[in-house]
Design a protein around this ligand. Structure first.
Ligand code: PMP
Length: 464
């Protein structure tokens, strides 16, 4: 591949039989139709190639076509593609459970395996609730969370997600629970520093617990490093410590949603590992565990809690595809690759290289207001005015437009689907963990070209 941005060849006409027909109005252009993918590159049926700047939705941690994963998938498929956990044990499940427990460390000993991040959220909430019931704490059921925040699209997961737009539409179907502000670090309330705001956000959690009645609060769920909902938000250190103390003080379980931040993405296996004095009670994982090759979601829980439920008749949870042998075999191969190649270490090193390039872009571009994140979970916030931090006008649909310009420059970008103008506009920058220094540079070159093209467009229209 050369590093010169490519012009897309014409796409085949759109068909309305696919999933896109639920999202794109009839008559509008389609999305590139993928023919093949290898490493960090995707190629469409017209021969255009796209550098994957986001690992899809921050999932493809190993890139595409990894031979070890493909071999593991084939081997398991030939041996036993399916075995139902309520009837049979599988070797792949045992091995994956053991690997995950070792990587997550003490207290996160048992892995309950499901089919995705949303199912993992449902699972962890039900697990905590059933545990409360069997241990005489039946009054505890409320799950507090952050606004904004994202924990999945099923109804239970959406109920705890801080997503005002989704709640406007689906609100009547969702059990209402308290949410506390996420500790944003770029747009701050008047007279606040990032640190004082983080302290105030943590204090808001304690106020919410007291307001609700601590004996009714089951858990607090949060993304330790944010995803799409906050644009890779990392809070000041004091936040994590304080939240941990508050939860412990009130007997509230602390759940870290590491669906996006886990599996090595931030430079450690868990993002939680960056804050050892704020160890969560339970963790959810997904995406990176199978690196996009097959569906997988994980709840990691303390052995004592799992044993308590097992003795009390068993965890009331299960799906047709839970602990699916194919996904378990893929997970084992992915984690073996991750450990042997020290991909968390690569994520930390390449993350610093990428951050330096993005800082360069921020310093010279009039529309890049903030760069944040950890390891290879990063995001760039766009503004119309860096002094006032004014957002680009809503009708410009900045994230969507940037995504389009990305495709024209051979760059696959991941942005928020809707631009509601509430918190800001950002684009995720989160390439696969296998990315090399040359590829980071190429990604950054293309991203700069995309941003420059957007600046030219906005200034030609007098927006900036
Ligand atoms: N939690 C977080 C933090 C996520 O980023 C996502 C997916 N973007 C989910 C939960 C839901 O995962 P899934 O889409 O696999 O259901």
């Amino acid at each position: 591949m050369n590093d010169i941005p490519i012009q897309p060849q014409p796409q085949p006409p759109r068909s309305d039989t696919g999933i896109q027909s639920f999202f794109l109005p009839p008559g509008t252009p389609g999305r590139p139709r993928i023919a093949r993918a290898e490493g960090i590159w995707l190629e469409d049926t017209a021969g255009n190639r796209y550098l994957d700047a986001s690992s899809g939705p921050v999932a493809s941690n190993l890139g595409h076509g990894n031979p070890r994963v493909l071999a593991a998938l084939e081997k398991q498929a030939r041996a036993a593609a399916f075995a139902f956990p309520a009837q049979f044990e599988s070797e792949a499940n045992l091995e994956l459970g053991e690997r995950l427990a070792r990587l997550c460390g003490p207290g996160l000993d048992r892995a309950f395996l499901v089919s995705g991040g949303s199912e993992a959220t449902e699972t962890v909430i039900k697990f905590c609730r059933q545990h409360a019931v069997v241990t005489g704490q039946g009054s505890r059921w409320k799950v507090l969370s952050r606004e904004p925040g994202y924990h999945g699209n099923t109804l239970g997961a959406l109920a705890v997600s801080g997503d005002a737009h989704a709640h406007e539409v689906f609100g009547p179907l969702l059990r209402a629970v308290d949410r506390v502000p996420a500790p944003f670090t770029y747009r701050l309330p008047a007279n606040h520093t990032a640190e004082s705001h983080a302290r105030a956000c943590a204090a808001a959690l304690e106020e919410a617990i007291v307001r609700e009645g601590p004996e009714t609060v089951l858990a607090f769920i949060m993304e330790p490093v944010g995803g799409l909902a906050t644009g890779a938000l990392v809070a000041p250190d004091v936040y994590y410590r304080t939240v941990r103390e508050i939860c412990s003080r009130h007997g509230v379980l602390l759940i870290f949603d590491e669906v996006m931040s886990g599996a090595g993405r931030t430079g450690r296996f868990l993002a939680a590992d960056h804050w050892p004095d704020a160890r969560p009670d339970l963790v959810t994982l997904a995406k990176g565990v199978t690196a996009g090759y097959t569906p997988m979601g994980v709840m990691m829980a303390p052995a004592a809690m799992a044993d308590t439920l097992a003795r009390a008749g068993g965890f009331m949870q299960g799906f047709t595809y839970f602990a699916n042998p194919l996904s378990c075999a893929v997970g084992c191969a992915v984690l073996a690759e991750m450990e042997e190649r020290d991909l968390p270490g690569n994520a930390a090193r390449m993350g610093e290289r990428l951050r330096a390039r993005l800082h360069g872009l921020r310093d010279r571009s009039p529309i890049v207001g903030d760069v944040r994140g950890l390891g290879l979970l990063m995001a760039m916030e766009l503004v119309a005015d860096k002094e006032t931090k004014a957002m680009i006008p809503l009708e410009r649909m900045a994230p969507y437009r940037l995504q389009q310009l990305g495709l024209q420059h051979g760059l696959a970008l991941y942005c928020r689907r809707t631009n509601r103008g509430t918190y800001g506009d950002w684009v995720m920058v989160s390439p696969p963990l296998v990315v090399t220094a040359d590829e980071v540079d190429m990604l950054a070159d293309r991203l700069e070209a995309v941003i420059d093209a957007y600046v030219a467009e906005l200034s030609a229209d007098g927006v900036i």
